[in-house]
Design a protein around this ligand. Structure first.
Ligand code: SAH
Length: 396
C-alpha cells in the first residue's frame, strides 16, 4: 500500500475541499512533490486534516479526493464499498429486460474521480483516466469481481500525455471473451458493441435518454438527418421509432459498415436508408444547393475536430453549424443540438442557439433539454461533471 504523505493546501482552497469539492486543481498545493498513485492527506496550515486524495494527472486536474474522513483506508474494502454502492443505485438498470448496457460507476459522481465502469450484458468495461488511478488496477479489479458477477472484464486506458487512449495491446483483462459483436439492448433497440476494437465501443451510453425521446416522441413519419453519426445510433433509434427515412453523415470510412450493421440488428433494411461518408460541412453545402430539407436534424459534433479542410471547435463554431442546419430544416421542424464540450455550460450553449436563429432572423422555441442520464451520476459538489447538453429546438 502507498505510504500516506501530507500536503498543505493553499488557504484559499481550504473551504472548497472542506465542503466536498472533489478535484485537485493545479494550484491547490504543490503536486510536484508527488508521483501518480500517491495517496495524500490534504491538511491546512495548522496540519489539520481536510481530505484524502490520490494523485493522477488528467487534463482536468492533478488528482481526486477519495474521502473526507481521516481514518479512511484506501484498501480493498474501500473500493468494494464504493463499487457496491454504485451497483445498488443502478438496480433498476440491472433488473431491466429492455436495457442491457449502462454506466455502473461514474467517476467522481460515485466517489472516485478518474475511473468509470460500464456494463454491457454481463461484461464490464473499466476506463482509467490517469496513470494514478491505473496504479490501483489490481485492487479495483479484485473489488469489482468480489461484488459483481462479471462474465469478463475489459479496459480502456486514456492516459498518455494528451489524455488519449493507449493502444499498445488488447483491452481484454480477464474472464470470458465477449462475442464480436456483443449485441446489447437499450430501451428495446439492439446495438453492436466491440469491447476490444480501439478507443470507442460503438455506442455513447450517455445519450440513452435522447435516443429514447427521439424514438418515442419525435421520429414517427419524419425525415431525419443525423450528422456526425458515428455508428448511426440516433438514426437507428429514429428508424425503430417509425421515421420515414434517415440520412446519416460521418467522415469516417468505418461509419458506413458500422451503421449498416446497427440497422441489420434491428431488422431494418439499410438500403432503404441513406448512409453517407462525407465531411458534414461539405454535405451542408450540397444540401443547400439541392434545396433539401429535413423535419428532424441531429447535431452531435465532437468538441474539437480537425478534418482535411476544417477545424471545428464547439465553442467557436457551434453557432455557424446551427445556421447551416436551420437552412435545411423545414418549417416546424426540430433540431436536436447536442454537445459534450466541458468548456461551456447550458446557458452559454443556449446563447449560441439564440445567436444563430437571430442572425438568420428565424423564430424558434426550445421544446426540452437533456443532460446526463440517471446512470451517469453527478457529484453535487462538482456540477461541471455534467458535461452533456442537449437542446430540442423547434424552428417556427
Ligand atoms: N452522434 C454519435 C457520436 C458522434 S462521435 C452517436 O450518437 O453515436 C463524433 C463523430 O464525428 C465521429 O464518428 C467522427 O468521425 C465524426 N466527425 C468528426 N468530424 C467530422 C466532420 N467534419 N464531418 C463528418 N463527421 C465528422
Amino acid at each position: 500500500m502507498q505510504q500516506i504523505t501530507y500536503a498543505t493546501v493553499h488557504p484559499k482552497f481550504k473551504k472548497l475541499y472542506k465542503s466536498g469539492y472533489p478535484l485537485i486543481t493545479k494550484d491547490s498545493f504543490n503536486t510536484k512533490k508527488f508521483v501518480e498513485g500517491d495517496i495524500v492527506d490534504i491538511v491546512d496550515e495548522k496540519k489539520e486534516f481536510i481530505a484524502k486524495c490520490y494523485i493522477g494527472f488528467q487534463n482536468k486536474g492533478y488528482g481526486w479526493v477519495l474521502s473526507n474522513s481521516k481514518d479512511e483506508k484506501i484498501d480493498l474494502d474501500f473500493f468494494k464499498n464504493k463499487i457496491n454502492k454504485a451497483i445498488k443505485k443502478r438496480e433498476n438498470f440491472f433488473n431491466s429486460n429492455d436495457t442491457t448496457a449502462f454506466r455502473v460507476f461514474n467517476a467522481e459522481g460515485d466517489g472516485i474521480g478518474g475511473l468509470s465502469i460500464d456494463y454491457f450484458d454481463g461484461f464490464y468495461l473499466i476506463t482509467w483516466y490517469s496513470k494514478g488511478i491505473y496504479k490501483f488496477k489490481d485492487l479495483i479489479i479484485k473489488a469489482l469481481t468480489a461484488v459483481a458477477k462479471c462474465k469478463g472484464i475489459y479496459q480502456k486506458r486514456r492516459f498518455n500525455t494528451k489524455g488519449q487512449y493507449l493502444e499498445d495491446s488488447s483491452d481484454f483483462v480477464l474472464g470470458e471473451k465477449a462475442p464480436e459483436p456483443l449485441v446489447i439492448k437499450e430501451n428495446g433497440v439492439n446495438f453492436a458493441i466491440y469491447l476490444d476494437d480501439g478507443a470507442m465501443v460503438g455506442i455513447f451510453l450517455d445519450q440513452k435518454d435522447v435516443r429514447k425521446a427521439i424514438k418515442e416522441r419525435y421520429a414517427k413519419g419524419k425525415s431525419i438527418l443525423n450528422t456526425f453519426s458515428y455508428t448511426g445510433a440516433f438514426s437507428v433509434a429514429a428508424a425503430v421509432g417509425g421515421a420515414s427515412k434517415t440520412t446519416s453523415v460521418d467522415l469516417a470510412n468505418r461509419s458506413r459498415a458500422k451503421t449498416q450493421e446497427q440497422f441489420r440488428l434491428n431488422s431494418i433494411d439499410f438500403n432503404s436508408q441513406n448512409i453517407i461518408v462525407e465531411d458534414v460541412f461539405n454535405y451542408f453545402k450540397y444540401a443547400i444547393r439541392k434545396k433539401l430539407s429535413f423535419e428532424l436534424v441531429i447535431l452531435d459534433p465532437p468538441s474539437f475536430a480537425r478534418s482535411k479542410k476544417h477545424t471545428f471547435s464547439a465553442y467557436k463554431d457551434y453557432t455557424k453549424l446551427l445556421e447551416d442546419t436551420i437552412n435545411i430544416t423545414s418549417k416546424n421542424g426540430v433540431i436536436v443540438a447536442s454537445t459534450n464540450a466541458a468548456n461551456f455550460d447550458m446557458k452559454k450553449f443556449k446563447s449560441f442557439i439564440d445567436r444563430a436563429f437571430k442572425n438568420l432572423k428565424v423564430k424558434y422555441t426550445i421544446l426540452e433539454t437533456f443532460s446526463l442520464p440517471s446512470d451517469f451520476k453527478v457529484n453535487k459538489n462538482f456540477k461541471e461533471g455534467n458535461y452533456l447538453k442537449v437542446v430540442f429546438i423547434k424552428k417556427l
